[in-house]
Design a binder for this molecule. Sequence first.
Ligand SMILES: [Ca+2]
Length: 464
Amino acid sequence: MKKFLLLLAMVMLLGACALPIPEVTPTPAAPFTPIPQVPTPTPVPSVPTLALEEQLAQSLHEPWAAEDWEKVIGLIKQILAINPNYDDMAEKLYAAHVNYGRKLIEEGNPDQAVVQFNHALEIKPDGAEAQAGLEQARTLPVEQLEQSLHESWAAEDWGKVIGLIEQILAVNPGNADMTEKLYAAHVNYGRQLVEEGNLEQAKAEFTRALEVKPDGGEAITELRALSGEATPILPTPPSAVEAAMIAIPAGEFTMGSENKIERPPHAVFVDAFEIDQFEVTNEQFERFIAETGYITDAEKAGDTSWRAYATNKPNHPVVKVSWNDAKAFCEWAQKRLPTEAEWEKAARGTDGRTYPWGNDWDVNKANTKEAGYRGTTIVGSFPAGASPYGVMDMAGSVSEWTSDWFKQYPGYPGGDNEAQYFGEKYRVIRGGGWFSDQEQVRTTERSASSVELANDDVGFRCAR
Ligand SMILES: [Ca+2]
């Protein structure tokens, strides 16, 4: 009797506190029922009894009528926890998951619906209603997805937005507008995560944004702000030791500009040649040293070795290499240094542009002083800054040795301070490096140095 009273008290307590009777708000009958309905379960006979599971079973009716499936599922699970074989509760749980899944589809939430249908199938693996629901959830009309996308976007629920866009793109991969939206959603999500102080996840989102749109300026800027230093930002940096080369067709191009020692602009015919797509990397230079035992000019002079700049940077351009060192490497690779004209043509193409990517300065398209990396970056980190031929980093990161003497162009009018260095004394350096500003990374900018000198922002690439 004591035990009986205790149980009764528990039931009453549970009924009063843990399981309040939900307010029933009349729900209009759902019009969206392409799947065969799961019948409402037979009401549990209301024979007065004190078994907890029966009490719970009775309390199922109201949430079921109100289509409060979360509540229904919770109650059934409690019942089954007490008595796994109680009545037809397993069948009811299956039905509840299916009905919940359908409701979620109506609400434009197919992802969550899939979860519910999968739960239903765990209970009843051959459940036809759940299988049909699953299929429907996966092939929701795109218009419905776009409607929920619109709502989730307004609510700034970026996780959901990204999921929806990915579903739309799965149906229609060529949807450029959606691809752009996906990029924006990753950026927005990343910014939201930054505000929440979740920097690691934010980085991951910005990186995903760059996977969608490799030249995404916002994502690059945000990543840069997060890293505070030179950090690889390309999702898949090139790592091949064998350098990719780009074929530049024979023909005329405009060399020079109206600027100082770059004067005058003049037509130059260049034979067909190939040029390395990327600056020569530390990894490549290491292989050259390992095979030849070559000692660089800086090392011979007791100056800092190229190795000091190469630690953990296999895919960064090699620096601290002289013109002599660069020439030796290219010969070992059965190539040569590009001529000054070849270099300029590979950088600007035939339309006389100022930067490899066009005429307008863009801080996001090259590793320059303005970009703030204060050091080299992985070669090919700025695909949007590629030249018309697809040659990378022709502006910035490291400036590059060419084979030519630093001489005046034909028709040069004179009058510049730098003209005093013209002659067969210095070799031409092109493109500017990470220490150079936007003026110094123009495709026509000319600089020069002695053949034995090396610097931490000067490297090279080869041609043939
Ligand atoms: Ca460069």
